[in-house]
Design a protein around this ligand. Structure first.
Ligand SMILES: [Zn+2]
Length: 230
């Protein structure tokens, strides 16, 4: 296939996608997206047969995840090799057939919700404009400093009120070993604790989301807390 042919097919796909997006919505559910995918695939096949004058082959290997297990790239195993890295052996979870699917994404806005979610073993992603110092203090805490339009993972909560008389949260940044200073309670490199007032401010912005593999984030027994506190 020449570059020009690829460009024409690419243009058709983009045009089809824009056309089928004619009713903009704030969020799309899986049932909204599925007909778009089917129609886009149909448009691709029509473009392929018109421009390349070849008959689309329906028997080719599946190209991606599909709710129909017989058509899914994972072939029902729940895992498949990254299509962009063929032969690499780098496996990813299938969004339809993996046993570790995200089922619920819950918006949280308070320190109490964040504490409960973490205590029950669920991860938090939080987007905010808060920036922090690259130097941790003797408690492993970083002071608020500057502004980052950034998303970070909240990975733990210290509700003992032993270091300070308040609830502290542990944030894991994605920048590798970017900060320094004392680390406490086995916190990983690249992480820092934040004070409750900063947590409250960040959460109030509405950018906090809890991911869970069940409906909501109910209490559950977890076996990896410090000192088995739960
Ligand atoms: Zn699958």
């Amino acid at each position: 296939m020449t570059t020009q042919q690829k460009a024409i097919i690419g243009g058709c796909i983009i045009a089809a996608f824009i056309f089928f997006q004619s009713k903009p919505k704030e969020t799309l559910t899986a049932s909204d997206i599925e007909p778009i995918m089917i129609r886009t695939e149909l448009a691709f096949k029509q473009a392929e047969s018109k421009i390349l004058t070849i008959v689309p082959d329906d028997d080719v290997e599946p190209l991606g995840p599909n709710p129909d297990v017989n058509k899914c790239i994972c072939k029902g195993t729940g895992r498949y090799e990254r299509p962009d890295l063929p032969g690499s052996g780098k496996m990813v979870d299938c969004p339809y057939h993996s046993s570790s699917q995200v089922k619920t994404i819950s918006n949280i806005r308070t320190v109490e919700e964040a504490r409960d979610a973490l205590a029950n073993g669920y991860a938090i992603s939080l987007c905010s404009g808060y920036g922090f110092s690259s130097r941790r203090d003797s408690n492993g805490i970083a002071k608020r400093s500057g502004g980052w339009n950034h998303a970070m993972a909240w990975i733990a909560c210290d509700d003992t009120h032993e270091r300070l008389k308040e609830t502290l949260f542990l944030i894991q940044n994605s920048w590798g070993k970017w900060n320094s200073g004392p680390r406490v309670l086995g916190q990983p490199e690249g992480s820092f604790w934040i004070r409750e007032k900063d947590a409250r401010g960040m959460l109030s912005g509405g950018g906090g989301w809890v991911f869970s593999d069940v409906d909501g984030f109910p209490a559950r027994k977890i076996d990896w807390t410090i000192n088995e506190v739960f």
